[in-house]
Design a binder for this molecule. Sequence first.
Ligand code: NCD
Length: 309
Amino acid sequence: MSQGLSTKHLLGIKYITLDDINLIFDTAREFKEVINRPIKKVPSLRDITIANLFFENSTRTRISFELAEKRLSADIVNFSASSSSVSKGETLLDTVNNILSMKVDMVVMRHPAPGAHFFLANHIDANIINAGDGTHEHPTQALLDAYSMQEKLGNLTGKKIAIIGDIFHSRVALSNIFCLKELGAEVTVCGPPTLIPKYITELGVKVEYNLHKALQWCDVANILRIQLERQDIKYIPSLREYALYYGVNKALLDSLDKEIIIMHPGPINRGVELSSDAADSHHSIILDQVENGVAVRMAVLYLLAGKRN
Ligand code: NCD
């Protein structure tokens, strides 16, 4: 295989190269084969200790990382804190000191403060992996999303991807945009004007406010949740109204004159951004995303471990 990654940390898609992305995908493909064998475990990270630090709620990302680490035979320690119980500054300083004394090799962290991972990376020697930092980035989600799209569509150059929903508060949206643009896809974001960031077109994406038009245009619709927990003011009149104008349902999909792929990073608010009949339809590859998440995270952990000196 090639030289390895260009970086020791995964802080965001913005900070890795196209070669890095392709290397992660090639490695993930091999790990996907491994996790579908009767014996799913490999000894690749046997001497590596990983701390999973979750300062924000998570179900699938935490489980996915944990499973990836176990499949690679790493030793792991888990820490979760509710974001409301700890103050930002103290938490990160405490974290640094704890990690230093535990002799941890790699840190997977989810934190409500955008950029928290840069602080850690500047203070400790461990490889840092961003599992979501506030409204900023969620790089492994974007990698598994793009990997899942490639699995269905092949090369993404020129493919049309619509990202639909709360673009303003979504770290998945930003990481998806960086990753998909790097891979040569065309990206359109769609949602109510209040949930589309003002200067988003500077990232090379188009904006479409009409859901039907966005769906009619795209090959893939990546549908995102309204991040109510990050909204300090009212951006939409009501969830009911949002569902009426921006909810994707089976009737809408059937009204298109082509087949499109439906994705969602989870957790789904069924009946709001996505109806059950669409989420569970043949259009959906949501469960493939979950399966690919483990393989992609194994690849990231394995490749970053290779950058330890
Ligand atoms: C996403 C997240 O946490 O940013 N979920 C996830 O990682 N599976 C998206 C979301 O919470 O809506």
